[in-house]
Design a protein around this ligand. Structure first.
Ligand SMILES: [Mg+2]
Length: 415
């Protein structure tokens, strides 16, 4: 019996054969399962659920003035029977409704770089105008498709995504975002909310501030945060998110006032129209570390933010924009600039990504079902989060499984 017969035949069974396979050069090893070579079908769902209340940030409520939770879910089917799942934000839905997902049919899922460039080319050519695919819709749709491709590749390799990408660790810290402004909610209610998170074991929270146009002065916000610090003690990590609510002078004054409350970072303090260059003025005049980047849609915008030297934490959100492929490039540049990655929203995908880079700092999560109902309703399987730590496991791919009843209840097929 020659070696090929040995490798393909019944002689494979038994300890001797295992030895032989272990000592065989990799290229000759038999594969247990065919690798996917083609994407054979795409399904896209758009999920919507009204929120019970308005959760106000500095200038607007989560999910709009008639608040709505929304999400896109893409399923990519392959010729090898593996299905990749990718999630995205609502922006991509407009492109999926007009056939954007057809771009990946017939493609080799391992050619993810080529597929990414093909999708991105829509943003600088005529195709977008001809097909009615806006730039923001394309960038949003790319995020979900790119995630699904990484899900396929890592499933085909039989590895969880973080190991497929080359892992640094098995778990990642996570903070809870809360402290929204709500009607009738005073400092007592705010402290009660935060102490509720602490009671669940969380040791890091992010609080919404900056609501000047909603009637909250810098002093009001200072008093809100001071009450939290006093109630929770020195160990609680506190991040603050201004959501673009302040001008330069207000930011400098407020950040210096807040400094003695031991703040991990101050996030997106400045109004949208001059939120990068003007941060230099803030950086020179404050001691609080600064975070930004959730609004960036690609690596060039992220570079502009990082090379000004103004941020300590980069918050690029590849669940919303441009996908895993782009996140990895931005994280690489950030590592060279001593900037830590702290992505905006959605722990399952970003958990794998932070575990597979040297400069992953912390994830954002939610602990209130009224604020983020989908986190609590749409998964049968999701990563375990305990005491501000997200634990990854050996489930191949991104490792989430959706609850089919919830998808049927909230989802509409859009592609
Ligand atoms: Mg934010």
């Amino acid at each position: 019996m020659n070696r090929r017969q040995l490798l393909t035949g019944a002689a494979l069974a038994g300890p001797a054969a295992i030895d032989l396979v272990a000592n065989t050069p990799q290229g000759d090893r038999p594969r247990g399962q065919a690798l996917p070579k083609k994407i054979t079908g795409v399904e896209v769902l758009y999920l919507e659920k009204p929120l019970k209340d308005r959760f106000w940030m500095s200038r607007s409520p989560i999910g709009g003035i008639k608040p709505m939770a929304s999400r896109v879910i893409v399923h990519l089917h392959t010729d090898a029977g593996i299905t990749g799942h990718g999630e995205g934000r609502d922006a991509g839905a407009a492109a999926f409704r007009k056939g954007f997902a057809d771009l990946v049919i017939g493609k080799d899922p391992f050619m993810v770089g080529e597929i990414w460039e093909r999708m991105f080319s829509v943003t600088y050519g005529r195709e977008g105008a001809l097909k009615g695919w806006s730039q923001s819709a394309v960038i949003g749709a790319m995020a979900a498709i790119d995630a699904a491709l990484y899900d396929i590749m890592s499933k085909a390799a039989g590895l969880p995504l973080y190991k497929y990408l080359g892992a640094y660790r098995h778990s990642v810290p996570l903070y809870v975002t809360g402290g929204y402004y709500r009607e009738g909610k005073g400092i007592d209610e705010l402290v009660k909310e935060v102490m509720g998170y602490v009671g669940q074991g969380f040791d890091a929270v992010k609080i919404k501030i900056g609501g000047i146009t909603g009637g909250y002065s810098v002093e009001d916000d200072y008093n809100r945060i001071k009450a939290i610090r006093q109630a929770a003690g020195p160990k609680l990590k506190i991040m603050l998110d201004v959501n673009g609510g302040w001008d330069v002078a207000t930011t400098i004054r407020a950040s210096n006032k807040l400094y003695d409350l031991d703040i991990v970072w101050l996030e997106e303090p400045l109004h949208w129209y001059d939120d990068v260059e003007a941060l230099k003025r803030v950086k020179m005049n404050t001691r609080i570390p600064l975070a930004s980047g959730e609004a960036e849609i690609d690596r060039w915008g992220a570079r502009r933010l990082m090379e000004t030297g103004v941020i300590d934490f980069m918050q690029f959100d590849c669940h919303k924009n441009a996908g895993v492929t782009e996140f990895r490039k931005i994280a690489g540049m950030a590592s060279m600039m001593h900037i830590l990655m702290a992505p905006h929203h959605e722990p399952p995908l970003h958990g794998h990504l932070l575990a597979s880079i040297p400069n992953g700092y912390i994830l954002e999560g939610f602990a209130n079902p009224d604020r983020d109902p989908f986190w609590f309703e749409i998964f049968d399987r999701k990563p375990r989060i305990e005491k501000s730590v997200l634990y990854l496991d050996d489930t191949p791919g991104i490792g989430v499984e959706f609850n089919q009843k919830a998808l049927a209840k909230y989802g509409t097929k859009i592609g």
